[in-house]
Design a protein around this ligand. Structure first.
Ligand code: ADP
Length: 617
């Protein structure tokens, strides 16, 4: 096939198969990308919607909780200051622009007054401070405690007795009095808002007796669980009293109260600003707090300020919300415009792509692969068909050419004979011999063509029979002898004395020998040709035809056995032939379960050897 034709076929192949598949794959990927984008956008929309719904729900819950708390604060003066859970903290009240922290509403107590006991208190004080008669002073304080029913006075008297017994080195007596003072309730406080009992706590802790220390800490445990704000003074006192190594839960509770007080102190100045900027009922993130307000019963300008502790909020959020923070950054989703600082992380959702990307890519790959494979098969077929068509056309012209030569000779010698009735008998015999030879050549050729067609149609039949291979070889040689003589080419034949018995088709083997000899004569360059039949002990015999012609390139050894194939050597161009002879030999040899071997190099002649299975010699 010439280059231009090959290129044209390649071009059509690319155009018809490769281009559409590439376009298909490109479209496939574009489609896939669009699908992915749509799915991603949908997911983002869903998440945003979910975040907004969550935001609305959260806002409703926060407002509800704050309203309940505000109602309780307004309805009773003794309402708990830590109202409803979820970390909700009443921070204080905003009146107009003035923010008052929660602890400023704690009831203020006057200093303890002694009334009629004033002089007795002073006398005990003198004994203690000036005279340093501690035992006497302590007894005086104890007596004082016995004379009054006022809890504040009793607490103070017992505590002073304890203090004085300590100074007088009588810890047991001191402890008795301190334990009495400890019984006074939390509400009995001095003018700094410190429960009077706490001074006794201080005394007990300073005695460094484990059992007393536990009793004192128990008192703090109970108070730290109260839902009341502590004043900053009380908070300070608690922290001073709590020794660092005591119960860590207790210390943490004390620290938490301190943190809340500090936060409120910090927010004090900014609360009026942010609450004025935001609408009522809207919540804003500040630090780790979500701060908002509700109207209070005290007047149109008065509002309760509440704060939710962020970690505690988690309990109010739906399951999909993984985390919530004020600094979720880019990754977090805003719950609502007014909650914009509060960002949530939502649990990732399943991809909603209709078909998983993997399968689409796999499908496209498979489609491309199949199309390319199909295209390749088609291309191969088309190429084979084109080659066959070309070879057939060549075949027709070769056959016509090959037929013409013997026909011309036959015609010429027949004409000569007819014209010259008186030709000498030896001329007549020679001419008739030529005519017979040429018609035999015609028969051989036609046999080849016929057999080739039978092979193609699958109707070629062999009639195997046990017999002497020498007979078939000799028949071939005899049929060709005349042609060799005519051409003046020597044919040397070597056939063994003993019979070579094999299952074979006599006519087919004769035909094979004929074809090999014909080629040797055609291509042998008029040099002697040798045919050797040998049987050297193996269960096969060899029919070898050797010429001294131009030889055949080893690259072509296999191809010359194909139908219609002819080498393109210059020599070949001048020799008539249809490219069928060797293909037939090959078929015959295969049918006999033998093989054909070619030994040939350009310029060194050619040797064709048929290996034929035989019965053991
Ligand atoms: P044909 O002889 O009709 O062309 P064959 O099938 O007999 O067809 O041979 C195929 C080709 O093999 C020939 O065209 C020729 O080029 C090459 N060939 C066959 N025999 C010989 C030979 N003895 N020496 C050189 N070339 C040969």
């Amino acid at each position: 096939m010439d280059r231009a034709q090959f290129n044209r076929q390649l071009f059509f192949f690319l155009l018809a198969v490769l281009l559409p598949s590439v376009v298909l794959v490109v479209f496939g990927f574009v489609f896939l990308r669009q699908q992915t984008e749509i799915a991603e956008n949908r997911a983002v929309e869903q998440r945003t919607a979910l975040a907004q719904a969550t935001g609305r729900e959260l806002e409703d819950r926060l407002n509800d909780l704050a309203a309940q708390a505000a109602e309780r604060l307004d309805s009773t003066s003794s309402a708990p200051r830590y109202p409803v859970g979820y970390g909700l903290l009443w921070m204080g009240r905003l009146d107009g622009q003035e923010f008052e922290p929660a602890w400023s509403f704690l009831p203020k107590k006057p200093p303890v007054s002694w009334g009629r006991l004033e002089s007795a208190v002073e006398a005990a004080g003198r004994l203690e401070i000036r005279d340093r008669r501690f035992a006497d002073a302590a007894v005086a304080y104890e007596r004082l405690a016995g004379r009054t029913n006022d809890p504040r006075q009793r607490a103070t008297a017992y505590q002073r007795a304890a203090r004085t017994w300590l100074k007088g080195n009588r810890p047991e007596r001191a402890a008795q009095n301190a334990l009495q003072a400890l019984k006074v309730p939390f509400e009995e406080q001095d003018e700094q808002g410190v429960p009077l009992a706490y001074y006794a706590v201080d005394n007990l802790l300073s005695m460094e007796v484990d059992s007393l220390r536990e009793v004192a800490l128990d008192r703090l445990r109970i108070d730290l669980d109260r839902e009341d704000w502590f004043s900053p003074g009380l908070d300070y006192m608690v922290r001073v009293l709590l020794p660092a190594e005591s119960d860590s839960i207790l210390v943490a509770k004390g620290m938490e109260r301190a943190r809340q007080i500090e936060e409120v102190e910090r927010l004090k100045s900014i609360v009026p600003g942010i609450l004025r900027a935001g609408e009522s009922g809207r919540w804003q993130g500040i630090g780790s707090w979500l701060v908002g307000s509700t109207l209070s019963a005290d007047g149109p300008l008065s509002r309760h300020v509440f704060a939710f502790d962020l970690p505690a909020l988690q309990g109010l959020l739906p399951e999909q919300v993984e985390s919530v923070s004020f600094d979720g950054g880019e990754r977090g989703l805003s719950l609502a415009p007014y909650l914009r600082d509060l960002r949530v992380e939502l649990a990732p959702q399943e991809s909603s792509l209709a078909m998983p990307r993997f399968f689409i890519v796999l499908g496209l790959g498979l489609l491309l692969g199949l199309t390319l494979f199909g295209g390749y098969l088609l291309w191969r077929d088309v190429r084979r068909e084109t080659r066959l068509a070309r070879l057939r056309a060549q075949f027709v012209s070769s056959v016509s050419h090959e037929l013409r030569t013997p026909l011309t000779s036959i015609r010429m010698f027949a004409d000569t004979l007819m014209a010259a009735d008186d030709a000498p008998p030896e001329d007549r015999r020679r001419f008739l011999g030529i005519i017979a030879n040429e018609s035999e050549r015609l028969t051989r050729m036609l046999n080849n063509v016929l057999n080739a067609s039978r092979i193609e149609q699958g109707t070629m039949q062999y009639h195997m029979a046990r017999g002497d291979v020498r007979d078939a070889v000799r028949a071939g040689v005899d049929a060709m002898q005349y042609a060799f003589d005519q051409e003046g080419v020597e044919l040397r034949v070597e056939v063994p004395e003993e019979a070579i018995i094999a299952q074979h088709d006599h006519d087919a083997i004769e035909q094979a020998v004929l074809n090999l000899l014909t080629n040797a004569l055609k291509y042998g360059g008029r040099k002697p040709v040798a045919l050797t039949l040998s049987h050297n002990g193996t269960p096969e015999c060899h029919i070898q035809v050797a010429d001294q012609g131009p030889g055949i390139d080893p690259d072509e050894h296999e191809r010359i056995l194909e139908r219609f194939y002819r080498t393109e050597s210059a020599q070949n161009q001048r020799v008539a032939g249809a490219g069928l002879g060797l293909s037939l030999v090959s078929h015959i040899v295969e049918a006999h379960e033998g093989r054909i071997a070619i030994k040939s190099e350009p310029g060194e002649g050619s040797t064709f050897t048929i290996h034929l299975p035989t019965e053991a010699p």
